[in-house]
Write a protein that binds this ligand. Structure first.
Ligand code: SF4
Length: 351
């Protein structure tokens, strides 16, 4: 039997039942693939159901306010992906009459739709022979063919994409793609491939080499950067200060408390000496400060945030408050906020 047939046979027996399985609606495929690029299936399922209930099709997503879209994305991370979904929906309304294009290259022209997502949409919805090459597929193919070219180099990606194309049975493109992805997700696992019970064992060069886990080969480890965040949960006359992150950085478009970021760890005395702090609290009258949550370590891809949350109650509204939203406790949950702030609110009891 060909490898593709073995994978499809395995898939029919072992695939998980998921809300986006067997779906041919390109919109639902698109949303599910973007959500799954950043979260595990169990959590992704909840997000998918909630998101598609609120935005069931392209027009409803295109008409929504960005804040609303971000709110439904809250907690998933990579907020630029939510903004791209929104922008792409608007572009589909404007340029494609509200219909998701079935042409791979037209799809690629939309914001946030890369090779992977375009291939998933056209192959799952229209059975077009474009290979999906995600992390699972990279791993499975690198092992099956014992590929020594690093997959984080351009050459490695090309080599694996070419292999993925040649393996595919074009008559069953959608099924093949889903089968190989699911096989990587459930069977040929990163640290623990189940080689003993593998239908592809006799064809697998990685297994024959004696150390399948050595594949895929990687060239570089991604560097991580440490950042030190000091959040000031300011409360004045029963209201909390919030602002929207506008800069091109993590969490653009989400809401947060006044933030002071320092290049190194800093204590409260050092914070008080910063210009931002003095500007925020000049004329605040009596203040009561408490550290509510110190030293939270929050890991993002390529960044580690070390955050401390101070609750600061002030008597008099200051000049600086004019540039912040003043939000009452009950409406705080209406704003899309980063998971880190959510963690704090859950501890503080304000959530
Ligand atoms: S034999 Fe092992 S390494 Fe090879 S495809 Fe099967 S599970 Fe993966």
């Amino acid at each position: 039997m060909e490898m593709s047939d073995i994978l499809i046979h395995w898939y029919r027996e072992h695939k998980r039942e998921l809300p986006w399985r067997e779906v041919k609606d390109p919109y639902l495929i698109w949303i599910s693939e973007v959500i799954l690029q950043q979260t595990k299936v169990a959590q992704g399922r909840e997000y998918f159901l909630r998101f598609t209930e609120r935005f069931p099709n392209v027009p409803s997503l295109a008409e929504a306010e960005e804040d609303d879209v971000l709110k439904y994305w809250q907690g998933l991370g990579y907020y630029s992906r939510a903004r791209h979904l929104h922008a792409a929906a608007r572009s589909i309304m404007e340029h494609f009459g509200g219909h998701i294009p079935s042409d791979y290259h037209a799809l690629r022209s939309l914001p946030g739709i890369g090779e992977y997502t375009a291939a998933a949409i056209v192959s799952f919805a229209w059975n077009k022979p474009y290979p999906v090459v995600d992390g699972n597929v990279f791993r499975v193919l690198a092992r099956l063919f014992a590929i020594n070219t690093p997959i984080d180099a351009g050459r490695g990606k090309k080599e694996i994409t070419a292999l993925a194309t040649s393996l595919m049975n074009p008559q069953k493109a959608g099924l093949h793609n889903q089968a190989i992805m699911e096989f990587g997700a459930l069977h040929c696992l990163p640290a623990n491939p189940d080689c003993l019970h593998c239908a592809l064992q006799t064809k697998c060069m990685g297994y024959a080499s004696g150390s399948p886990q050595a594949y895929p080969v990687k060239q570089h480890k991604a560097r991580t950067r440490s950042r030190y965040f000091h959040y000031l949960h300011v409360v004045c006359e029963g209201k909390t200060w919030l602002h929207r992150r506008e800069k091109k950085d993590i969490w653009t478009g989400l809401y947060e408390f006044p933030l002071i970021e320092t290049p190194e760890p800093a204590d409260f005395v050092e914070l008080q000496a910063t210009e931002t702090f003095r500007h925020l609290f000049s004329g605040a009258g009596q203040t009561a400060v408490s550290i509510v949550l110190p030293d939270v370590k929050h890991i993002l891809s390529h960044q580690i945030l070390y955050a401390t949350f101070y609750r600061i109650e002030i008597e008099t509204p200051t000049e600086a408050m004019q540039s912040y939203l003043q939000v009452s406790g009950e409406t705080l949950n209406d704003y899309a906020i980063p998971r880190l702030i959510q963690i704090y609110l859950e501890k503080d009891g304000s959530a």
